[in-house]
Design a protein around this ligand. Sequence first.
Ligand code: NZQ
Ligand code: ZN
Length: 385
Amino acid sequence: MENFSFHNPTRLHFGRGQIAALDRELPADARVLLLAGGGSIKKNGVYEQVKKALGPRTVVEFFGVEANPDFDTLMQAVKLARQKNVTWVLPVGGGSVLDGAKLVAAAIKYAGDAWDIPAKRMSKLPHALPIGAVLTLPATGSESNGAAVISRRATKQKLAFISPDVFPRFSILDPETTFSLPERQVANGIGDAFAHVIEQYLTYPADAALQDRFAEGILRTLIETGPTTLANPTDYNARANLVWAATWALNGWIGVGVPQDWATHMIGHELTALHEIDHARTLAIVLPSLMHVQRQGKREKLLQYAARVWDLTAGSEDERIDAAIARTRDFYESLGIKTRLSDYHVPADTAAEVARRLKAHGMAKLGERGDITPEVVEKILRAAA
Ligand code: NZQ
Ligand code: ZN
């Protein structure tokens, strides 16, 4: 196991009715920027619950953060926050709203060009305003991590930054707030969380027994709970297990002391930037193909994944690996998520363009061994055609 230092500072309030905890968490004199997306929170009762819990506090509202939050939109929120002297940022929504809030919180007191934050992957953001989050979509783990992914449609870019200074101070996870999600978003959430675990698990053995067992436990929970919660969206316990699994997939715990990959995500971000494909769907395209192309370097963990996650123990090593990759693809397809580039009408020259863009963004050596070069990225995407 590699050395690590770990701290996750987010206090979580999980369960029915927990939005009321906002009143305990936020100072009475907080001036709150309520950040939201396209309006789902006004249709499912979440907005009313939040307003009630905030009571007499000063609240400045900013709606309109889009899926894959756009830099230019977020800068409008920053402008408003500065005018109104807000002291807390309160995203209410999915990962896009939460990620957007992290950029907004970091940018309000940042004197330079705020695009530097993702473009230069700034990790020291000591002037960031405190964030408290109400999560309505289990998927990204943004409710309990320091990561944010920001899109800039004007330049077709989608870049991430990670900083300990933008962890939410607290997050509220009420599974009932997710009952209103369309099937497509629930499926996306399952598929995204699954990939988050794989990125931290399917590398090479690091003799990290507990991290491996946790990772396998999350994967198996997603495989079991995913179809149940898709079929019965208002089954509280099934949804609660999905919400908790998605948080665990990317709250940092399973990633301590182990090598990590993240190439699937970096390639996926470019596909979203170029073709506006949902985040989780880009992962479903890339992941099975990446497993296949990288099967030599990932051999031992692929065999462990086959045995412990899919109970595949018969046949030769290559047969077990092939079967595990096929199970992975089938799992995404069973969620209603297509796994081929052609399913999304993406032109063939995209493989070269994604490889070129990753290189331009300083990502020419991806993967746990740095061996996913632009040439390998192209190979992975051609195999995903
Ligand atoms: O905008 P509204 O009206 O709220 O509608 C949203 C949006 O259209 C809707 N929605 C959310 N909660 C709902 C709901 N509809 C009905 N009922 C509810 N309870 O769902 C749509 C998608 O929302 P979005 O926030 O975009 O989805 P998600 O949570 O999947 O977030 C995706 C973003 O997170 C980034 C992705 O790249 C993408 O930009 N990621 C962030 C990560 C992180 N911070 O650690 C890691 C991930 O790998 C990922 O990259
Ligand atoms: Zn993701």
